[in-house]
Design a protein around this ligand. Structure first.
Ligand SMILES: Cc1cc2nc3c(=O)[nH]c(=O)nc-3n(C[C@H](O)[C@H](O)[C@H](O)COP(=O)(O)OP(=O)(O)OC[C@H]3O[C@@H](n4cnc5c(N)ncnc54)[C@H](O)[C@@H]3O)c2cc1C
Length: 378
């Protein structure tokens, strides 16, 4: 595709990637300092992996997987609220094990249903689970972590095969933080995430990030990669890079591994297809989860769309693979990244920091980076 003409070849900021990080920095730069930004984005749309669109049946779909927005900090929520109205985000997820649906994250209801027991309170449930836990002197990986917290039966039925399918790696070879991200509860909280502030943008994420970047100080060039334009643009202040580090350094130390996904969408002439937004399939099928996003977009329609997620090792970089090889490799790139700050090139975001970060976390990181730029270059 032919590249669009660039209006401003000397913007204050050159921003690589029109995902949440790129949009937040451009917005802050324009509003707080009247700095101009040129955002280059290799895809044909804004919003990065949060992008959503309306399909032929008028239904909003999350093209790169379901995005459940939640905020740890009210300050970040207040900032994002300037660009969207919200609807409630009461995300419910279940896991299908032996043909039965169980609440996820594991909670008291999951334990009662799975072990066919009644627990009067969390103390009683914990006492029971203590009898199943496998003691480990050192928690070295994801397998150790779950065995030591919940025992073998829960590990084998809910975690083991899901992790293998999702990562293509045995939990024994994955850092404990991979499974540790999902809470384990001894109460009856049915919601997928712990945060109280869980909301969905009423008109979707794409609209949110479009609103954020509506300023004549911001120019966005789609279908354009950094590599194509880097020699043509001279930013006056700084470059912000939100892509993968190994690509930036032309794989100098080798390739960082990522897990990717294929999404298959199917629309049915039915109001609702499943009982909650997400059903995980640890032990059956090639896909990991089946998502009916209408449960959280709350659209009214006689149709509904389901997406199926098939993990794969090649393709768009979605999840950094947290094992020794990659952690060590990233450390080497990190040293180069640090040095580039002296040349006014900054890395930020989920790809650039090779970390699994949620939307609120990258938005916070982007706000912090902008503060740093403002202090340094004002
Ligand atoms: C499957 C999946 C599910 C998720 N679910 C949730 C969720 O439920 N809740 C939640 O809070 N978060 C979720 N996330 C995380 C969320 O997507 C990220 O936190 C967020 O998108 C990160 O923003 P970013 O700007 O750092 O990166 P991205 O959104 O990845 O945006 C980076 C952009 O940079 C572009 N780019 C990269 N390299 C170049 C280059 N060389 N030249 C030009 N452009 C380039 C990319 O095309 C991309 O558009 C999920 C992520 C995935 C993959």
């Amino acid at each position: 595709m032919k590249m669009k003409k660039i209006k401003n070849k000397n913007p204050d900021l050159l921003i690589v990637g029109a995902g949440p990080v790129g949009c937040v920095i451009a917005e802050r730069a324009a509003k707080a300092k009247r700095w101009s930004s040129l955002i280059v984005e290799k895809r044909n749309h804004i919003a990065g992996n949060c992008y959503d669109e309306i399909n032929t049946k008028g239904l909003r779909i999350h093209k790169y997987g379901p995005h459940y927005m939640r905020f740890k900090k009210r300050r970040i929520f207040n900032y994002v609220s300037k660009f969207t109205k919200w609807i409630k985000g009461n995300y419910i997820v279940k896991s299908s094990v032996n043909g039965q649906l169980y609440p996820i994250p594991i909670n008291l209801n999951t334990l009662e249903k799975f072990f066919k027991k009644k627990f009067k309170n969390k103390t009683q449930a914990k006492k029971f689970i203590n009898t199943l836990k496998i003691k480990k002197r050192k928690i070295k990986n994801s397998e150790d972590y779950i065995l030591s917290k919940l025992g073998k039966e829960i590990y084998e039925n809910f975690y083991k095969n899901y992790t293998i399918k999702q990562w293509g790696i045995h939990p024994r070879n994955l850092n404990k933080s991979v499974v540790g991200r999902l809470p384990i509860r001894f109460n009856r909280d049915p919601y997928y995430v712990n945060q109280k502030l869980k909301v969905m943008p009423k008109q979707g994420y794409t609209e949110l990030f479009k609103n954020m970047t509506r300023d004549n100080k911001i120019e966005i060039l789609f279908n354009t990669s950094y590599e194509q334009i880097k020699k043509k643009i001279s930013p006056k202040i700084a470059t912000i890079y939100t892509g993968p580090p190994d690509v930036f350094f032309n794989f100098k130390y080798g390739k960082l591994d990522w897990r990717s996904l294929d999404f298959k969408f199917k629309t049915f002439k039915k109001n609702k297809i499943q009982e909650c937004v997400q059903i995980n399939f640890p032990n059956d099928h090639r896909f990991t989860r089946r998502v009916e996003i209408k449960h959280v977009t709350k659209q009214k329609s006689n149709f509904s769309t389901i997406s199926y997620e098939f993990p794969k090792s090649k393709g768009d970089p979605y999840y950094p693979i947290n094992n020794k090889r990659n952690v060590n490799l990233f450390k080497k790139y990190k040293k180069l990244i640090k040095k580039l700050e002296k040349k006014n090139i900054f890395f930020e975001g989920r790809l650039a920091s090779y970390r699994y970060l949620n939307m609120d976390e990258v938005i916070e990181a982007a706000l912090n980076l902008f503060k740093k730029l403002k202090n340094k270059y004002s």
